[in-house]
Design a protein around this ligand. Sequence first.
Ligand SMILES: Nc1ncnc2c1ncn2[C@@H]1O[C@H](COP(=O)(O)OP(=O)(O)OP(=O)(O)O)[C@@H](O)[C@H]1O
Length: 449
Amino acid sequence: MRNTTRKLGTEARAITWTARHPGSILLPGAVVASAVVLGLPTTGGVLGGGLLGLGAWYRAHPGSFDALVAPRMRAWKRRWWSRYTGSRWRDTLIACDLVATNRQTGELRVPRILRVQSPSPSIDLVRVRLHPGQHARQWEDRLPELADALRVERVAVERVRPQVIALVVERSEPFTEVIPAPDMPWDVDAVDLGGLYLGDTEYGTDWCEALLGQHLLVAGASGSGKGSLAWGPLRGLAPLIRDGIVRPWVLDPKRMELAKAEAFAYRYAAETADCLEVAREFVADCEQTQRTLAAQGKRKFTPSRETPLNLLLIDEIAALTGFADMAVAREFRKLLNVVGTQGRATGHSMLGYVQEPTKDNISMRDLFTVRICLRVTSAGHVDMVLGDGARQRGALADEIPNSADTAGIGYVIRQRSRVPMRVRAAYVTDPEIDELIAFVTGSNLRVVA
Ligand SMILES: Nc1ncnc2c1ncn2[C@@H]1O[C@H](COP(=O)(O)OP(=O)(O)OP(=O)(O)O)[C@@H](O)[C@H]1O
């Protein structure tokens, strides 16, 4: 096929457009056909009834309406009445240098929008088909320009498959309210260790992370809300801690955030030497469990009273692995390496917290399978925590304002893709920490005669 400078005919373009957007023709077509066949009053009655039904649904059951209908209506409106439409989209991409050019004909090829979804009022997911020669990497380089041109807060990009990318467009701050603390279930069976509730995602869904077989790292500057990501999971685990199925081992060199956990921790240490001793014991326990499981011929660990899930909580990991005396720091790093590489199979997980995630402070970053980056003070910290290129793909954790209104907000990399997701941790207040302590220590139990 030879290249030509002749453009596609108008009727050919109209047919192609109709084939790509059948709903936009079929729906009005059905209304016109109905008006002709059934008459205007009947068609008007059916349409009016439908609208009334939607109105009644909107008023009577906001939960299901907002979950099922609102995202579709919003997506439709955004697809056809926003900067994703026609020449506005084209001009935006030209301005951001995101169009391809046919070198022989000079024709501009504008990447086409395949689909717009709008799971929450503040987020759009826009699927875009690229032209040959384009790649998601080019878009990563132009995300700040694209966000400004679309007049939105932030854009992240994900490569879906060859020549198809998905843009996560954050139109406004999704988290304007504090998210209440996770519930403390009474029953052990109500706890899902494969998906413990931590807060909300920018898509308006629950943000859950597995604890079993995982190690979590939480990075964030002072006041960024790391405490919520210590006490939130502990509240979610409350009945398991109460029943001895989860054992918290707490290293608290700052003696601040986790001091109250001493009341129920299986082991608690604050002095560096004591922390080292507890870490050694933790590793010894891990190795002992390995031997026990091997002797029983078991390859899979299931938490129980006999073989509990051991959780090593380390507040300010850098105080032990970075700033401590060199020999002590070396031993800590060695011990954490053992836990990181072997603990997943024996039910020994780590939850580490760090204020300044530099290379020296978290040299064992890759041992942590789930990494969360709250507000940090430098752009370089984002990639240190979430992995190379995370900031460029849209994890703007260093741009989160330093204010109490934004505490608990951060980014996590979605499991199956490399795209950063904005999340907010549920906030656990001091009385709710006390409630947890009373729950797990049994001091709120009253004997009813
Ligand atoms: N998830 C949250 N949602 C809303 N506000 C929060 C949240 N977490 C914390 N805050 C607010 O931010 C303040 C600081 O939080 P927090 O003490 O957890 O920060 P931090 O990261 O642990 O700081 P530091 O490292 O200095 O101990 C809290 O007193 C509270 O007002």
